[in-house]
Design a protein around this ligand. Sequence first.
Ligand SMILES: NC(=O)C1=CN([C@@H]2O[C@H](COP(=O)(O)OP(=O)(O)OC[C@H]3O[C@@H](n4cnc5c(N)ncnc54)[C@H](OP(=O)(O)O)[C@@H]3O)[C@@H](O)[C@H]2O)C=CC1
Ligand SMILES: O=C(O)[C@@H]1CCC=N1
Length: 267
Amino acid sequence: MKLGLIGCGKMGTALVQGTIQAGAVNSADVFCADHFAEATQAASEKMNAIACQSNSEVVAKADVVLLCTKPAQIPDVLAEVADSIHANTLFISVAAGVKIQAMEAASPAGTRIVRCMPNTPALIGKGAGAYAAGSQATADDLEIAHRILGSVGEAIEVPENLLDAVTGLSGSGPAYTYTFIESLADEAIEQGLEPDQAVKLAALTVLGGAAMVLETEFTPAELRQHVSSPNGTTVAGLQAMGEAGFVEASRAAVKAATARSIELGKA
Ligand SMILES: NC(=O)C1=CN([C@@H]2O[C@H](COP(=O)(O)OP(=O)(O)OC[C@H]3O[C@@H](n4cnc5c(N)ncnc54)[C@H](OP(=O)(O)O)[C@@H]3O)[C@@H](O)[C@H]2O)C=CC1
Ligand SMILES: O=C(O)[C@@H]1CCC=N1
């Protein structure tokens, strides 16, 4: 596979580096371009990939092109590279909110597009992503998208209208977990722990809790019950969490991010 990357920012480089580390593509077969030559050069060195002079050169040299600019730039980028599209070109967009219909409208008829929503833990093979097919995408194209996202974590196919909710949950979600870890650690520091100890214990706790959800047959509610001894510390902690509005705050985060994704699609 010859893989192209347009937009060498945080998500694009995380996805490509994760894909290279997973052995799904050779770095010698990765072609990248960013807004400015210096950024392209820096990213190509970081990924050990081939720096291109333009987005069009990426499209000409690659078969699968990851569109990883900010959402508002995607239609312009597609129009810019239109003349370089060839028979093998498949675009995979990671842009939040940008609808397949908008991308197809900005491209020549017949352009094959898959829209996806990865997340940055893809960098270390722990991504959670989803993808949806454009009107011209083939079964092979979906298989390619699954292979790329699947090489850096878990990937599921969803109808396009669910990608906004995926964005609100797993796309933005790593940031929620960092806020959670930071808050847990900050209070533990207040209670006397050293900062590095507190962050480590908080992160390992979130990691362990998540692994229990994924690797045992118990639901989150059942697992919560297993930790909660009658009249014990956990019950006291959970009660304080509830009173402080933790559940509502978590749901509000997913709701607001989903709404923002929908809004980005209207821009
Ligand atoms: N960050 C995340 O966790 C996730 C992000 N996404 C999606 O990934 C995309 C990128 O986000 P993120 O990586 O965070 O953003 P970044 O700003 O880090 O990356 C975008 C990159 O694209 C470059 N760029 C801008 N215009 C062009 C252009 N015309 N041609 C080539 N490159 C260009 C930017 O350069 P410059 O800075 O000079 O403008 C920047 O380096 C977004 O669409 C976002 O919705 C999806 C899932 C998760
Ligand atoms: O914040 C954003 O808009 C992007 C999309 C999902 C995660 N980061």
